[in-house]
Design a protein around this ligand. Structure first.
Ligand code: TRP
Length: 340
């Protein structure tokens, strides 16, 4: 049976105050999508505990992530915003999916191999991370998942899990849709130091709610075209991370002007960065204002997340009832026989 309105699900790890890489890679798309799809957006704290962490910090980071999402424009009157651990069905379905997912496929996930390399001791939860992600999505039977490119492999696994579960337990009428990635058009945002992906932990990011002075202090020394050593050296915009940020924050006309001034050495990198800073401020200043408003209302975030969890849970319970019934598992209220 097809769902009436197309549904999207997406999740973000609570890395505290989110940064412009998170915004351009996912959140900006969520804000636009929420008006066209029935949307579930989730702060995935169960994913965050697959690597070592500090419990009091996790709570703050989860709260701050929610503030950032609301400040960025997620509107709880149209989208469902909630925290993963408030809806226990996520882990319940993940367990079930663990029983039909081949170990080899999990070991092949590049994100697992990357992260496992950086740990002294690797938790089984890190290996099973993408199974929980599949459960997140399929619990809501979402057809589309707005994510960045780095999640494509995880999404492919989610589709395989849906296929495998359907084939095994509902061969005649598939229950789970095979969710597809809605890829965000922005190319990967590099860190300000020009080395690798923008990430809060490496200090090369611009926070969505960061004070303007702090942003400028980071932007000013940020890496540009390495061949542009002196002010009079002409540059190559395409190899400059700052140029790519202009595309995300400034108009096409400004981007063209920037490229021309760079190629002809009409501007120095500082002037170019000032123009970028102005563009960023047009997006970020209103977010800071919204965040201040949200923070001035005690209990507001908790209320939004509580309502979100209640809405999510209604859908989640329905899915689990169906899943458990066809699998021969006990219903919530006990071991009642399944009458199809
Ligand atoms: N793994 C995703 C990331 O690191 C976060 C995530 C968890 C997610 N569950 C999800 C994304 C479900 C989309 C759908 O970005």
């Amino acid at each position: 049976m097809a769902l009436a309105t197309p549904r999207v699900f997406s999740g973000i790890q609570p890395s505290g105050e989110l940064h412009i890489g998170n915004y351009l890679g996912a959140i900006q798309a969520w804000v636009e999508i929420q008006h066209r799809y029935e949307s579930f957006f989730c702060v995935v704290d169960y994913h965050a505990i697959t690597v070592p962490y500090a419990p009091p910090e996790l709570r703050t980071r989860t709260h701050e992530a929610a503030v950032s999402l609301l400040a960025a424009g997620i509107d709880p009157s149209v989208a469902t915003l909630f925290v993963q651990s408030a809806v226990p069905e996520h882990t319940e379905l993940a367990w079930i999916f663990n029983t039909i997912t081949p170990l080899g496929e999990l070991e092949r996930q590049t994100q697992f191999k990357d992260k496992a390399q950086r740990q002294e001791s690797v938790a089984a939860g890190l290996l099973n991370y993408p199974v929980l992600q599949a459960a997140d999505i399929l619990l809501y039977r979402a057809d589309s998942v707005p994510v960045g490119e780095d999640q494509v492999q995880h999404l492919e696994l989610s589709r395989e899990i849906a296929r495998r579960w359907n084939a095994r337990f509902r061969p005649d009428s598939p229950y789970f849709p095979e969710p597809k990635a809605l890829l965000t058009p922005t190319r990967r945002i590099m860190g300000l130091d020009g080395s690798g992906k923008m990430s809060k932990s490496t200090g090369n990011s611009v926070g969505l709610l960061e004070p303007p002075d702090d942003i400028w202090a980071k932007l000013r020394p940020a890496v540009t075209d390495p061949k542009r050593v002196r002010r009079t050296d002409p540059g190559t915009p395409e190899v400059c991370n700052i140029y790519h940020l202009h595309k995300a924050f400034n108009s096409e006309a400004t981007v063209e002007l920037v490229a021309e001034r760079c190629r002809t050495a009409g501007w120095g990198c500082i002037e170019c960065k000032q123009t970028l800073f102005e563009g960023m401020e047009r997006t970020l200043a209103p977010m800071r204002a919204r965040a201040a408003d949200i923070r001035s209302r005690p209990g507001h975030v908790e209320e939004v997340l509580g309502d979100g969890a209640a809405t999510a849970r209604r859908v989640a319970r329905e899915t689990m009832r169906e899943v458990k019934a066809v699998m021969g598992l006990a219903a919530e209220a006990g071991l009642r026989p399944h009458r199809p």
